[in-house]
Design a protein around this ligand. Structure first.
Ligand code: NAD
Length: 428
């Protein structure tokens, strides 16, 4: 999705092949897990506000459902590709397994740019997506959720379409719904908070106090904003954030060495996580090039924008001070850059673990929706903390015991669980 040479699916397969070799998986198991079990490609014809018809391409990819119904978000993005969706569906399989929730891995998308669509057009695309795929998704088989540029409102339109087609109420069909309409309290905060639960545990392992640490964040959307909120609450200081400037078609870094203020930045940010440059300048922020978030002299880096962001081209820009990288985004680090990070002994909290708070709370939402009984926010966030902390501990124990890079330990934990489920079902 980010550059023409980069292929997320190839990267996901390379990652898997490495782990499969480490685990000495036989060729049947490997073949099953290095490709999605099912994928759907379809056209969504949409009547635009100006009366013309536009046809959008939609996808749903189901990588593996041995451990339970597929689970994974839907992205609306102009550069969406089937390979990105395939990669993300595979990562969902590992993510649900690493936090040990009874779900598999799926992902969906539509090639479109919500920046240039009205609400009515977005609604038609959302309902069109469901109409094309409703036979192959559902609360017992594959449960979608929001991702980049999709929202609780979009989830509700999709639910409404699914319920209309299926003549009943199925609130467990989709997660990320608005609170009060089947959504879970705490879901909005979940991914960013989950990232910080894992950072908190890593700091404990390093015997560091959050109050004595600083961080730099790429992205200022859902994941980044809540990660900044909780990290600040536990005492940390974020000194830089970067985000995409839609008008200039480039990214910028916003720096305040005394610490960025979340609320003041939120006040000048659009719904896509783009910060207003001129207003930020007025508030005393330095405006730097997009990649500069990576150069900051901080203890913690949180890439929370999109994939393919830390590459061999920029990994050397990273300050010697960096101790921890917590991947809020999916696939932000390429395998080649990852090798550099590992050789520098930087502690990596990999995406499948660090950002699993979203899917974990989606699972809680699904449970609540199926029961039609909703928990209060503290209960949701308390359960999230318990899940994230125990997943972190399982992975870091393996990593310490086997002197293994955290990413490998997380993948091995996840792949082992999925292989076991496939074997026990008699698939391989
Ligand atoms: P979002 O759309 O709310 O925010 C994305 C942010 O990234 C925006 O601030 C945007 O300006 C910024 N951005 C885009 N391109 C950029 C670039 N080139 N440089 C710097 N910033 C850039 O998305 P989100 O929901 O916060 O998701 C962010 C990442 O986290 C994605 O990789 C997503 O797959 C992953 N993720 C999200 C969730 C979730 O619950 N939202 C869960 C797991 C993983």
């Amino acid at each position: 999705m980010s550059s023409s040479e980069y292929n997320a699916f190839q990267m996901a397969q390379e990652q898997f092949d490495r782990i499969a070799d480490m685990l000495q998986l036989d060729s049947g198991v490997k073949d099953l897990l290095r490709n999605p079990m099912r994928e759907y490609h379809f056209s969504i014809p949409v009547r635009m506000d100006d009366g013309t018809t536009k046809v959008f391409r939609g996808f749903r990819v189901q990588h593996n459902d041995a451990r339970g119904p597929g689970k994974g978000g839907i992205r609306f993005h102009p550069l969406e590709t089937i390979d990105t969706v395939r990669a993300l569906s595979m990562w969902m399989t590992w993510k649900t397994a690493v936090v040990d929730i009874p779900l598999g891995g799926s992902k969906g998308g539509v090639i479109c740019d919500p920046h240039n669509l009205s609400d009515r057009e977005l609604e038609r695309i959302s309902r069109g997506w469901v109409r094309q795929i409703s036979q192959n998704v559902g609360p017992l088989s594959d449960i979608p959720a929001p991702d980049i540029m999709t929202s609780p409102q979009i989830m509700l339109w999709m639910l409404d379409e699914f319920e209309t087609l299926n003549r009943g109420k199925y609130p467990g069909f989709i997660t990320g719904k608005p609170v009060g309409m089947g959504g879970s309290l705490g879901r909005t905060e979940a991914t960013g908070y989950g990232v910080v639960f894992t950072i908190r545990e890593a700091l404990r392992d390093f015997d560091l106090k959050a109050a004595n640490t600083t961080a730099s964040v790429q992205g200022f959307g859902n994941v980044a904003q809540y990660a900044i909120q909780l990290y600040s609450q536990i005492g940390g200081t974020v000194i830089a954030v970067s985000c995409w400037d839609q008008k200039e078609q480039t990214s910028n870094t916003f720096r305040k060495s005394t610490g960025v203020k979340l609320e003041e930045l939120q006040g000048i940010t659009d719904r896509f996580g783009g910060i207003d440059k001129a207003k930020a300048k007025d508030l005393g922020y330095e405006i730097l090039p997009g990649d500069d978030w990576l150069k900051q002299d901080v203890d913690i880096l949180i890439p929370a924008a999109l994939e393919n962001q830390i590459t061999v081209k920029n990994v050397e820009m990273m300050s010697k001070k960096v101790k921890i990288i917590a991947e809020g985004a999916n696939g932000p680090t390429t395998p080649a850059a990852d090798k550099v990070i590992e050789s520098r002994n930087i502690f990596m909290i990999p995406d499948l673990l660090a950002n699993a708070g979203g899917v974990t709370t989606s699972y809680f939402e699904q449970v609540q929706s199926n029961l039609n009984y909703y928990w209060d926010k503290d209960e949701v966030l308390g359960k999230l903390d318990t899940k994230m902390t125990s997943a972190y501990r399982a992975v870091s124990n393996l990593s310490m015991r086997k002197k293994m890079y955290m990413r490998d330990a997380a993948f091995i934990t996840a792949v082992n669980r999925v292989v076991q489920a496939c074997r026990e079902r008699g698939w391989v």
